[in-house]
Ligand binder design. Structure first.
Ligand code: UD1
Ligand code: MG
Length: 476
């Protein structure tokens, strides 16, 4: 049976007090909108329709960034949830199967819950996701009779008696596409808010001899976001859940409360994550890898046995093979480090390929950017890059080759060769002793003069500086 996902995202989100449309605010590294899209995508929908209004172009771009096949429809005026689904109907023409309606600002609904709704569709034409609300104020209330859902009454339209009901509407609805197409045009707006309520389809269905039912989920899954405070609370809730899941999955964390996960972080069993590690989107850490304290990772893959950090940064496109070691203050971007390669300290490896077991000395930099374009550095297997080497890309260091410390490497280095690209050292016996003696003598003379005239001498001033004829620079 076919399935179409309809995500309502036309709301303004006034209470966010922001120029950014509400559904584009980020939760766990992704726009709110993506969370619902992701939960829905797990069901393998045939079509995905996002209903936009406020900030439509930006919302559309975000939807397409998640799912290039998503269809975007515009609801010109925000006239209620039924009107929003109506706006999506032309994009669903010919669909045979289910329409699943989600909200773009409700990020926690789980795919398992949506599956349960689809399963319940075997028994009902319309299935609504309900929850027991701790504080039902503001929600639509579900009037049930046994297993059947009779009607949904909005808070603004409810009688005092109906307001006592704690079983509430989450807003998630799964309905037969034909039934939805038949009932939607019948929804009117003669209610407290003057809006076209999607919830009215339940009553209309029952009157037309169709059946509606309820599936219940924990309140936490239905949490919607309307303000910055709610977004912060949702982030905290997300992180708490992600930490608990990681621990249950066998991830070792010394200080779980300080680890920040993204919506899609994947960490293998027995991987060890140190304190204060931040995962941006798109990270996979394999079984048994170790991420030490204070690392920042995004868009990267860390293989088994690799050790990262402390204080390392892996940026998008960093690919670490097995047993790679990336140490403190090393930044890796768009670079593959093959098996056993090591960059222990203070290095930048960008747009690069580092061969197996190559050793990258402290202070090595791939100079990948010429001010206009990025260029690649290729380092062969077993190469030894001396400390403080500048690799001016495009450049290739061959297998088993080496570079001398402090070299600025601008030309390819053949396999097994040594590249030395620095000034040859000169040694001048006794120079330093004579040089400092002269400076001290000059300062003593200047100090005596200042005492005589009453002006003070300064430790940090340049008064004692002299051009140094020997080394060609200014000494001081
Ligand atoms: C809705 C439900 C209510 C439920 C509650 C759960 C209706 C009539 N009421 O109420 O039963 O308990 O959600 O949170 O459905 N939207 C549009 N276009 C519109 C109107 C809304 O895209 O014209 C989108 C909003 O962006 C939002 C969602 O639909 O994502 C719900 O709209 P909202 O105004 O928050 O509905 P509630 O009054 O909270
Ligand atoms: Mg709402």
């Amino acid at each position: 049976m076919g399935l179409a996902l309809v995500v309502l995202a036309a709301g303004e989100g006034k209470r966010m007090n922001s120029d950014t449309p509400k559904v584009l605010h980020r939760l766990a590294g992704a726009p709110l909108l993506w969370h619902g899209l992701r939960a829905g995508a797990a069901l393998g929908p045939d079509r995905v329709v996002v209903v936009t209004g406020h900030g439509g172009a930006a919302v559309a771009a975000a939807a397409r960034a998640f799912d290039p096949g998503a269809e975007i429809v515009t609801q010109p005026e925000r006239r209620g949830t039924a009107d929003a689904v109506r706006a999506a109907m032309p994009a669903l023409a010919g669909l045979e199967g289910d329409i699943l309606v989600l909200y773009g600002d409700t990020p926690f609904v789980r795919p398992e819950t949506l599956e349960a709704m689809r399963e319940a569709r075997h028994r009902h034409d319309i299935v609504v996701l309900g929850f027991e609300a701790a504080d039902p104020g503001g929600y639509g209330r579900l009037l049930v009779h046994g297993e059947n859902l009779e009607r949904i009454v909005e808070d603004a339209d409810a009688t005092p008696q109906e307001r006592l009901i704690t079983l509430c509407n989450s807003g998630v609805v799964c309905a037969d596409a034909t039934v939805m197409a038949e009932l939607l045009p019948q929804v009117a707006n003669a209610n407290a808010k003057g809006e076209f309520y999607l919830t009215d389809v339940v009553d209309l269905a029952r009157r037309a001899g169709r059946s509606a039912g309820v599936i219940r989920c924990p309140e936490a899954e239905t949490l919607g976001i309307n303000s910055r405070a709610e977004l912060a609370a949702a982030e905290a809730a997300f992180q708490a859940r992600a930490r608990a899941e990681a621990a249950a999955d066998g991830v070792v964390m010394a200080a779980p409360d300080s680890v920040v996960f993204a919506y899609d972080t994947v960490i293998g069993r027995d991987a060890a994550i140190g304190p204060c590690v931040v995962f941006g989107p798109g990270v996979t850490v394999e079984t048994g890898a170790e991420i030490r304290a204070f690392c920042h990772l995004e868009g990267c893959h860390v293989s088994r046995g690799a050790i990262v950090g402390p204080f390392a940064r892996l940026r998008p496109g960093a690919e670490l093979a097995e047993d790679v070691h990336v140490g403190n203050f090393v930044e890796v971007k768009n670079a593959v480090l093959h098996e056993g390669a090591k960059a222990g300290h203070l290095a930048y490896l960008g747009d690069a390929e580092v061969g197996a077991r190559a050793n990258i000395g402290a202070g090595t930099i791939t100079c990948n950017y010429d001010g206009v374009s990025k260029h690649r550095t290729v380092i062969g297997a077993g190469a030894f890059i001396g400390s403080d080497t500048m690799l001016v890309a495009p450049v290739r260091v061959g297998e088993g080759a080496m570079t001398a410390s402090g070299s600025v490497v601008t030309a390819d280095v053949p396999d097994g060769a040594l590249a030395v690209a620095r000034a040859r050292q000169e040694v001048r016996p006794g120079f330093a002793a004579r040089f400092f003696a002269r400076l001290r003598a000059a300062r003593a003379t200047a100090g005596a003069g200042a005492a005589a005239t009453g002006t003070g001498g300064s430790d940090t001033g340049g008064g004692g500086r002299r051009g140094c004829g020997t080394c060609g620079g200014e000494a001081g």
